[in-house]
Design a protein around this ligand. Structure first.
Ligand code: HEC
Ligand code: HEC
Length: 431
C-alpha cells in the first residue's frame, strides 16, 4: 500500500521532470529546425504560419500536435507547413513545447489568440509581411486554404529576373510562377531576396550565380535538402514536377542586375552631396567644440555616417552596389540628426548671448536713469539757489516787481528759458 503510494509519487515526479525536459528539448528543436522562420513566439519570428505565443490557449491536445507535426497537410488540408520532424519523439517534444506557450503567468501581454489574417499582415513588420500572411488560418477550425499572397506583397517582391524565358506555353517552366511559389510555400520565412524575408537560410539574392548551384543541384536540393547539404534544417517540400521546374527557373535567374553594378545618377548625386554635407558637419562640430560643447556624442554619430560612406565607396569600387542606397539613406538620416543637434546647440548659444545683451542693456538703462535723475537734482538745486540769491538781492535793494515774479530759469531746456524770460517784459510795457 505504502509502496504503491511512493511509487505513484515517484512516477509523478519523474513524469513531471521528463515533461519539463521535453519542453526544453522541444524548444531547442524549434530553434534548430527554423520553425521561427514561419511562426512568431513572443514577438520574434516570421508571419507565414500562426503566431504561437498563445498556443496553449488554442485547445489542441498533444495527440493533435504530434499528428500535425508528422503530417501537417494531412491534419490541416492545404497546409503549407512542411514536415520538419523525423520521429514521433521529436514531434512529442515539440508538442510539449508549443503547448507550454502562453500557459504560464510569464505569458506575453494579452494578444488576440487568433488574429485575423488582415490584422496579421498589417501588424507584421514589412520584411515579415512579405510572405503570405494570409496563409495562416484565422483559427484552428479553419483549414488553411492554399494562400493567395496579399497584393501588396506581390508588388513589394522583386520583379522576375530578366532571364525569365520569353512568352512560353503554360507547360514551360516560368520564373514568374516560381516567384509566386517562393512566397506561397513559405520560402520567404527563411530566405531573403533583396532585403525581404527571413534570415534562417542563406540570402538568395544572387542564388543564380552561386557556383555549382545549377538546375540539377536545385532539383536535388529541393527534393531533399539534407541529402545535398548534410544537416540542413531546410524542410523538404512536397512539390509537383511543375512547381519544382518553376522554382528552379526562378532560383537560377536570381542574378545581378545592371543597377546592382553602379549607382544611378540620382543616387550618385545624393552620395556626392552627402560627402560634402558630412565635411561641413565636421567643421560645425569642431566649432561647437570650440564654443564649449561636449561633442563626444556628435563624433560618434559622425563616424557612423562616415563608415557608411566608406562602405558605399567600397561598393562602388568593387562594382556591387546592392544595398548602397540603403547605406546612403541611413547616412543621410544621421547627417540630418547631427544638423538638428547642432542647430539646437546654436539656438542655446544665441539664447545665452541675448540674455547677456538684456543684462547689459538693463545696466545701461539703469545708469542712464540715474544720471538723468542726478542732473535734474542739480538743476533743481541751481534753481533754488538762484531764488535764494534773488531774495537776498531784494533784501538789499527793495523788491523789484519784475524780479519778484521771475523764476530763475533752469539752464538746459531752451523753451523754458524763453518763456521764463518773457514775464518781465509785460510790466515794462505797462510802465
Ligand atoms: C514554411 C513555413 C512553416 C514552417 C517552417 C513551420 N510552420 Fe508551423 N505552420 C505553418 C502554417 C502555414 C500553419 C497553418 C496551417 C496548419 O495548421 O498546418 C502552421 C501551423 C502550425 C501549428 C498549429 C497552429 C494552430 O494552432 O493552428 C503549430 C503548433 C506549428 N505550426 C508549429 C510548427 C513547428 C514546431 C515548426 C518547426 C518544426 C513549424 N511549425 C514550422 C507554417 C510553417
Ligand atoms: C525553415 C527554414 C527554411 C525554409 C522554409 C526554406 N529554406 Fe531553403 N534553406 C534553409 C537553410 C537552413 C538552408 C541552408 C542549408 C541548405 O543548403 O540546405 C537553405 C538553403 C537553400 C538554398 C541554397 C542556398 C545556398 O546558396 O546555399 C536554396 C536555393 C533554398 N534554400 C531554396 C528554398 C526554397 C525554394 C524554399 C521554399 C520552397 C526554401 N528554401 C524554404 C532553410 C529554409
Amino acid at each position: 500500500m505504502r509502496r504503491a503510494a511512493i511509487g505513484a509519487a515517484l512516477l509523478l515526479v519523474v513524469s513531471a521532470t521528463s515533461a519539463h525536459a521535453s519542453v526544453e528539448a522541444g524548444e531547442t528543436l524549434f530553434k534548430a529546425r527554423g520553425c521561427g522562420g514561419c511562426h512568431k513566439v513572443n514577438g520574434q519570428g516570421g508571419a507565414i504560419g500562426p503566431d504561437l505565443s498563445n498556443e496553449a490557449a488554442k485547445g489542441h491536445d498533444r495527440e493533435w500536435h504530434i499528428k500535425h507535426f508528422l503530417d501537417p497537410s494531412g491534419v490541416t488540408p492545404g497546409s503549407m507547413m512542411p514536415r520538419m520532424v523525423k520521429t514521433r519523439e521529436e514531434a512529442g517534444d515539440l508538442a510539449d513545447y508549443v503547448m507550454s506557450l502562453g500557459a504560464t503567468e510569464t505569458a506575453p501581454a494579452p494578444e488576440a489568440p487568433a488574429p485575423a489574417p488582415e490584422e496579421k499582415t498589417e501588424a507584421a513588420p514589412a520584411r515579415e509581411a512579405a510572405p503570405a500572411g494570409e496563409a495562416a488560418p484565422a483559427g484552428e477550425a479553419a483549414p488553411a486554404a492554399p494562400p493567395a499572397p496579399p497584393k501588396a506583397v506581390v508588388e513589394a517582391a522583386p520583379p522576375p529576373p530578366a532571364a525569365a524565358p520569353a512568352p512560353a506555353p503554360v507547360s514551360e517552366p516560368s520564373a514568374e510562377r516560381g516567384q509566386a511559389l517562393f512566397r506561397k510555400k513559405g520560402c520567404t520565412g527563411c530566405h531573403s531576396i533583396r532585403g525581404q524575408g527571413g534570415s534562417i537560410g542563406p540570402d538568395l539574392t544572387f542564388e543564380g550565380e552561386v557556383a555549382g548551384h545549377d538546375a540539377d543541384w536545385q532539383r536535388r536540393h529541393l527534393a531533399d535538402p539534407r541529402a545535398v547539404t548534410p544537416g540542413s534544417t531546410m524542410p523538404p517540400f512536397r512539390l509537383s514536377e511543375a512547381e519544382t521546374a518553376d522554382l528552379i527557373a526562378f532560383l537560377t535567374g536570381l542574378k545581378h542586375r545592371p543597377e546592382d553594378r553602379a549607382l544611378s545618377a540620382e543616387a550618385k548625386e545624393r552620395f556626392t552631396a552627402l560627402g560634402e554635407r558630412l565635411e561641413a558637419l565636421k567643421a560645425r562640430v569642431a566649432r561647437a567644440h570650440a564654443k564649449g560643447r561636449n561633442v563626444d556624442d556628435l563624433n560618434v554619430e559622425l563616424s557612423a555616417a562616415r563608415t557608411r560612406v566608406t562602405t558605399v565607396d567600397e561598393m562602388i569600387r568593387t562594382g556591387n552596389v546592392v544595398g548602397a542606397e540603403d547605406e546612403i539613406k541611413a547616412a543621410e538620416g544621421i547627417a540630418q540628426k547631427l544638423t538638428e543637434q547642432l542647430q539646437a546647440f546654436d539656438a542655446q548659444l544665441r539664447d545665452r548671448v541675448s540674455m547677456a545683451g538684456i543684462v547689459v542693456a538693463g545696466l545701461l538703462f539703469g545708469s542712464f536713469v540715474i544720471t538723468r535723475k542726478v542732473r535734474l537734482l542739480v538743476r533743481e538745486w541751481d534753481a533754488a539757489e538762484g531764488e535764494r540769491e534773488a531774495r537776498r538781492a531784494r533784501g538789499r535793494k527793495g523788491p523789484a516787481p519784475s524780479e519778484a515774479k521771475q523764476t530763475p530759469p533752469p539752464e538746459v531746456p531752451e523753451a523754458t528759458k524763453e518763456t521764463s524770460e518773457a514775464p518781465p517784459e509785460p510790466p515794462e510795457e505797462d510802465a
